[in-house]
Ligand binder design. Structure first.
Ligand SMILES: Nc1ncnc2c1ncn2[C@@H]1O[C@H](COP(=O)(O)OP(=O)(O)OP(=O)(O)O)[C@@H](O)[C@H]1O
Length: 238
């Protein structure tokens, strides 16, 4: 068996060191008014109160045990799917999303769902090359992306011969409209394939996309935003 490359062994050593350091202490997330959650480790527990040493600065805080959240080992840092976390608590979810966002990954799966964090800047995530990268690929073959969701809907439409719905939800300014545009961009790009169905537009999000497909929008009073691509084709497979 060939020896691992230096970068691989250095990475493995770093991971082992991080794991060893993690194993030495009882790591927890401590709620914090300013930062949301801060890392620390419990040194004593008494009468349902934990004495926690804060990792940044070494300050000691006394916190009710119920308010502490278990931390996942470092090997779970930046997981693609939040559902893979051993300890699934709000603090760990926020930590994972924060780490990923810090390295430019705005998309993360949460089981069947995709979480998108608004970057408020233009990222090189939506080029034709990236459309191509997601075409005909399973979800686990690529990093999480809105294109993977659109791809799944498209494939399901062909396999199940049923209309598909994609629910895009979030608070005002979260990026629902942008996400919808990305879905339409993806479907418009792949619908030009030779085997694409003949689609009849009934409503388009963007005039330039008229003719790319049939887009029925439903905007319920609840504020949830639903976009439903409608498929009608005689005999078609994705
Ligand atoms: N994926 C993204 N990449 C870059 N910028 C984005 C992205 N998503 C959102 N934004 C930025 O955030 C702004 C607000 O997003 P958007 O209009 O999609 O929010 P919304 O959820 O539809 O808001 P509202 O509910 O108020 O209509 C966009 O104008 C854009 O500048």
């Amino acid at each position: 068996m060939p020896a691992p490359r230096p970068s691989q062994s250095a990475e493995a050593a770093r991971a082992a060191a991080a794991q060893a350091e993690f194993n030495e202490k009882k790591w927890v997330w401590v709620p914090d008014d300013k930062d949301g959650y801060l890392a620390g480790w419990v040194v004593r527990e008494e009468d349902d109160v934990g004495e926690v040493v804060m990792a940044a600065g070494g300050e000691i805080r006394k916190v009710p045990i119920y308010a502490l959240s278990k931390m996942n080992p470092p090997k779970f840092d930046r997981v693609d799917d939040i559902a893979d976390l051993t300890f699934l608590n709000e603090a760990s979810v926020v930590h994972n999303l924060r780490l990923r966002f810090g390295s430019g990954a705005i998309y993360t799966y949460s089981g069947l769902f995709l979480v998108a964090i608004n970057p408020y800047q233009s990222l090189p995530l939506y080029s034709d090359a990236i459309v191509h990268q997601y075409r005909n690929k399973r979800r686990d073959e690529n990093p999480p992306h809105i294109f993977a969701v659109a791809e799944r809907a498209w494939v399901n439409m062909g396999e199940e011969r049923e209309n598909q719905s994609i629910l895009i939800t979030g608070e005002s300014g979260a990026g629902k409209t942008e996400s919808t545009k990305k879905v339409i961009q993806y479907l418009a790009a792949i619908a030009t394939d030779a085997h694409a169905p003949s689609l009849t537009p009934s409503h388009s999000q963007s005039p330039s996309l008229a003719g790319a497909g049939s887009f029925n929008t439903v905007v319920p009073a609840s504020g949830l935003w639903v976009w439903r691509p409608h498929f009608e084709g005689p005999s078609w497979s994705p």
